[in-house]
Design a protein around this ligand. Structure first.
Ligand code: RUQ
Ligand code: CUA
Length: 696
């Protein structure tokens, strides 16, 4: 080979390597194109189509080959999203026992993301190098670690009863905790552990301006995890509802400014906050007004029987504006280091009233105008509608039908009830649309019921008020349902998701553990038309509640605002390693690694430390290109973090395991992704040689 040929081959190879390594530039260009493309495709003008006879024949042939009906074709055309087109709505669904939150595009029902909240999750690095402080916030006051959650009810932040797209709260029923997610980067920023109880259910529900995040308890216990024999139930066991004060500027719950109410030991269930005329009140239902304590093994009636003897349980009506003032005036007591308003104070000062509600209620849902409260009793085929105005009047006029065992006034049922609507078997939860309809899930019927609201809504739908309109069967055993912004002051209508608990035969079998079934229901047309148009299997956990928000309300970041951004403080971090200042700094046994990451290398690539060193490993991603995410793992050290564009992370660990540990990038970031690696060498104590070789 002559010199020139070899030179040119060398040049070509150099150019190729450069081209690959210059992923930054290439990637930026690609991403810019994609961004432009994205914008174009969203605005893409698609001319109205008119099917030619040949096209109709084509469609018909495919439909017949695939055994699709006309309704199936319609359903497909209502849900299919062409590549690059974005969904109109995002559904944030609880991830049940997975301890996560799922984000799903609507109407395509495509899973967009899971957000780790209570359970460590390795893709996001949550609990594997970062996020430990957040997770630790949810530990028991005794210090016991809790590393999972049973997420039930997401609550989007609201302004004047309307979703504002800033924050998302999520409750953990199993351990009584609330997580706070910032919707700029969709990451969990805080977990607060309820200091009074390990059992909640009525969270997270926000008041109309997110003044408070409401967390209602569930199974009564002595407060603050004390022990008391179950025979002391009535005396020593208590329910509670906690009002977590939210600081919007900090994006955090402020436990110091939060408080709770001591409640009778009924099993408080779901809660909802008033808005408009009912703003200032929260409504919570309960079961077990009987105060049954179970004991089937000793021949006593089991909970299921003991809890459902009476015909009515108690709706709790709580005025948090009074409670807030009392707490500010020092009327709260310290229980478990937390401000708790004693039950007798709440009674005396008019914070708490009860109203009878039908047997074993579950959902309590305030209408968009804030005028009505809909309660569904699982063992009553009706939903019962209470009027906020009548409740306020009955409280003012002291229209009581009696008091409970603890002296809490019970409002006269007929004085506060507006309507009862017979819907079917096992009504659970209710949501609303923009046409004056309400939708209630019927667990036992496996159906969604559409019914008409009364009052000012009558003019909207033009039908008879407080009447069942239609029912759509769902598959199967629906728990919650959710309509677009359907628990806010501005419901959007259009879509409803039936969160069906059992899928049975809807999907290919996946062993004895089957997915849940999210069924999209088209509620765009009035009257009796309300078809199911999509089935989405959820095979990660059993979701409970969800909320659907208009996608354009979410102002997500595509890259962090500045290189060196700390997602925990949501600010540029002065500790973030800077380009050109990388290296390893030793201070006695403390070692600080300042590292940067950019396609396709880490700097430094060699990190040599000693066994027993305390390591602080800081990494800044220098990337500014959307989606140019790196990962960072040290094999064998249980570490993996996600490095999103601009992000700064700090990982701390003890180098207690000597040896040679490659670290590498865990996101396929570029053509030279496999080459994005380095070596951590941990020299054993007493090692004689510099080179770590075979054990001697
Ligand atoms: S509650 S359906 Cu939390 Cu109904 Cu599950
Ligand atoms: Cu960076 Cu792969």
């Amino acid at each position: 080979m002559n010199a020139r040929a070899s030179q040119s081959r060398h040049l070509r190879r150099t150019l190729l390597v450069l081209a690959l390594a210059c992923g930054t530039l290439a990637g930026a260009a690609v991403a810019q194109d994609a961004r432009r493309e994205g914008r174009r495709s969203r605005q893409r003008e698609v001319k109205p189509i008119e099917l030619t006879p040949a096209q109709v024949a084509d469609l018909t042939r495919i439909a017949n080959e695939r055994q699709l009906s006309y309704d199936d074709l319609m359903a497909a055309s209502k849900t299919f999203m062409p590549s690059g087109r974005h969904d109109e709505f995002v559904c944030f669904a609880s991830g049940g026992q997975s301890g996560q939150v799922f984000a799903i595009g609507v109407p395509s029902m495509r899973l967009l993301r899971s957000i780790a909240v209570f359970t460590p999750e390795s893709w996001q690095g949550y609990g594997f190098g970062v996020g430990h402080d957040v997770l630790a916030g949810g530990d028991m006051p005794s210090g016991r670690e809790i590393r999972w959650g049973d997420t039930h009810h997401p609550g989007l932040s609201e302004t004047n009863g309307v979703y504002d797209g800033q924050f998302l709260f999520i409750g953990d029923k199993a351990n009584a905790r609330v997580g706070v997610i910032d919707l700029r980067d969709w990451e969990t920023k805080q977990i607060v552990k309820n200091p009074l109880t390990v059992s909640d259910h009525g969270g997270s529900f926000v008041t109309a301006n997110t003044e408070y995040v409401v967390e209602g308890g569930q199974y009564a216990t002595p407060l603050a995890f004390a022990y008391a024999p179950i025979d002391d139930y009535k005396k020593s066991y208590r329910g509670s509802v906690t009002f977590w004060k939210f600081d919007r500027t900090k994006g955090r719950i402020d436990p110091e400014k939060s408080f709770a109410l001591e409640l009778p030991p009924y099993f408080q269930d779901l809660f909802d906050a008033g808005k408009g005329p009912s703003h200032g009140l929260v409504f919570g239902n309960s079961f077990n007004a009987e105060m049954a304590t179970g004991g089937v093994e000793g021949g006593k009636p089991p909970f299921e029987a003991g809890c459902s003897q009476r015909d009515t349980d108690y709706l709790h009506i709580i005025d948090w504006t009074i409670a807030e003032k009392l707490v500010a005036a020092g009327k709260a007591e310290q229980v478990g280091g937390f401000k708790v308003l004693p039950l007798e104070t709440s009674i005396k000062e008019g914070v708490l009233h009860l109203a009878p509600e039908p047997k074993s209620p579950h959902g309590v849902d305030v209408t968009p105008n804030g005028q009505y409260v809909v309660v569904a009793g699982k063992l009553d085929p009706h939903v019962t509608v209470f009027s906020a105005e009548k409740i306020r009047k009955a409280i003012a006029d002291r229209k009581y039908s009696g008091k409970d065992d603890y002296g809490v006034p019970i409002l006269d049922f007929d004085a506060v009830m507006e309507a009862q609507v017979e819907l079917g078997l096992g009504p659970l939860h209710t949501q609303f649309d923009d046409k004056g309809y309400a939708y209630t899930s019927l667990f036992l019927d496996s159906a969604v019921a559409r019914w008409t609201l009364g009052g000012e809504y009558t003019a909207k739908h033009g039908e008879q008020p407080w009447k069942l309109v239609t029912k759509t069967p769902v598959q199967y055993n629906i728990g919650h349902l959710v309509t677009a912004e359907g628990d806010s002051a501005t419901p959007q209508g259009k879509y409803l998701i039936s969160m069906s608990k059992w899928s049975v035969d809807r999907f290919l079998p996946t062993g004895p553990l089957l997915p849940q079934n999210f069924q999209l229901v088209d509620i765009g047309q009035p009257g009796t038309t309300m078809p199911v148009i999509y089935d989405m299997p959820i095979g990660v956990g059993e979701p409970h509640y969800a909320q659907i928000i208009k996608a354009d309300k979410l102002k997500s970041w595509l890259v962090y605002p500045e290189v060196g951004w700390n997602p925990h403080t949501q600010a540029l971090d002065p500790k973030a390693p800077k380009q050109g200042k990388e290296g390893v700094v030793r201070d006695g046994r403390n070692v600080l690694i300042n590292m940067t990451a950019v396609r396709s290398h880490f700097n430094p690539e060699h990190v040599e430390i000693n066994e027993g060193d305390q390591v602080t490993w800081r990494i800044t991603s220098l990337e500014q290109t959307p989606d140019a995410t790196h990962g960072f793992t040290i094999g064998g050290y249980n570490i993996n973090v996600s490095l999103e564009p601009g992000e700064f992370v700090e990982i701390k660990f003890a180098a207690d395991m000597p040896g040679t540990f490659p670290f590498y990038c865990t996101e396929f970031c570029s053509a030279l992704h496999l080459e994005m690696l380095g070596y951590l060498q941990v020299k054993p104590t007493g090692a004689k040689k510099d080179v770590i070789g075979m054990a001697e």
